[in-house]
Design a protein around this ligand. Sequence first.
Ligand SMILES: Cc1cc2nc3c(=O)[nH]c(=O)nc-3n(C[C@H](O)[C@H](O)[C@H](O)COP(=O)(O)OP(=O)(O)OC[C@H]3O[C@@H](n4cnc5c(N)ncnc54)[C@H](O)[C@@H]3O)c2cc1C
Length: 401
Amino acid sequence: MTNVLISGGGVAGTALAYWLHRYGFTVTVVERAPAPRLGGHTVDLRGAAREVVERMGLLQDARRVAVDSKGMSYVNAAGRRVADMPASFLGGVGVVGEVEILRGDLIELLHGATGDGTEYVFDDTITEVTQTAENVRVAFERSAPRVFDLVVGADGTHSLTRSLVFGPESRFRRDLGCYTAYFTARNVFGIQDWELFHNMPGQKLAALRPSRRPEDAKVLFGFASKPLEYDHRDQRRQKELVAEVFAGAGWHVPAMLREMEAATDFYFDSATQIVMDSWSHGRVALLGDAGFSPSPLGGNGTGLALVGAYVLAGELAAAGGDHTAAFAAYEREMRDFVRQNHQLPPGGVNGFVPKSRTAIRMRDLSIRLMPHLPWAGLIAKAMNRADAVTLKDYPYSRARA
Ligand SMILES: Cc1cc2nc3c(=O)[nH]c(=O)nc-3n(C[C@H](O)[C@H](O)[C@H](O)COP(=O)(O)OP(=O)(O)OC[C@H]3O[C@@H](n4cnc5c(N)ncnc54)[C@H](O)[C@@H]3O)c2cc1C
């Protein structure tokens, strides 16, 4: 029995726990939060990620809790829709995907599916990792030290596993010069089935998205900025930073800022990509944002996490205990998929938060024109990165009846 510790119980960690348990591994997940962290907006299940969820046998459950999002629309300061991207935009490669599910609902599904077979240790974190040829000794902040055969860091963009085993974050992070904040608000905005995005000059974005419960709305703020000094755990300061940037803004922003005050699931981070030459070192591997965050601008971080978990577990099972061969195969299978998903959508940061009023108008115009261009098919192909990997079959990797 291979005994695996997963650090981080987000999408990547719980999906890996699911597959490893299915293949007969003994799995422990340590999560810093006192319970699964269920915050976040919708994430889309499309392409290979949708296929992975189907192979888990969870696609019907995902569809049952899916959010009905008809598309996203850019609105002006008066709230008038000026450029629409319906769900069918360019054959479905736009912002809204085939199955939109709240991140928290996805984690609950994955957590439920890992069942009784996985040990979850909440409210704790690793503090030391010592490898020998035979095993990995891990010290924890609260629990007694333990020995595992393998350790997987699935502890997000600011992974502690990565810092302890691979080196400081500064060696691997590529900052995009932009910050995003997400939280749930009361739906005082009357948001229904369209996501509304409002760009302001000065590289600022405020957006409202539907949630599964009509009485809730999901709020997103994004802004370009030089690197900001703040504590990753200090939400009060992070809310102040957002309030300072958006003070005096129009549209629904004043109400959004008022809602932010009371938000309990507020999540703020820099838009950062993680770029590494290798995702393993001895008996330790990295998965999801810890190893290859594409940033919220790149999108598909959840897709990479789901597919990565499927591949890593499948290769470990197929290698029959040879973790060196399994980690090498995991890299081979995932490398190009990750590379493609690190490419930013058209315009990059300036497409997400254009600089000036004119640039915003140009972006809106290009969206209105895009479906009518003779080369629209080529654009759609270039934007479709969710399918840029072919899933191998591993033993038992097809959904059970
Ligand atoms: C609360 C929250 C809200 C998010 N909202 C959005 C969103 O709205 N849109 C979007 O595009 N992306 C969002 N993300 C990021 C998105 O979930 C990931 O990009 C993607 O799903 C890849 O998942 P991951 O499991 O690699 O990382 P994450 O989902 O970030 O999960 C990492 C997990 O590791 C845990 N962790 C961190 N450090 C430690 C430690 N030292 N020890 C133990 N556990 C640790 C975290 O608490 C978290 O549960 C959010 C992430 C979080 C945590």
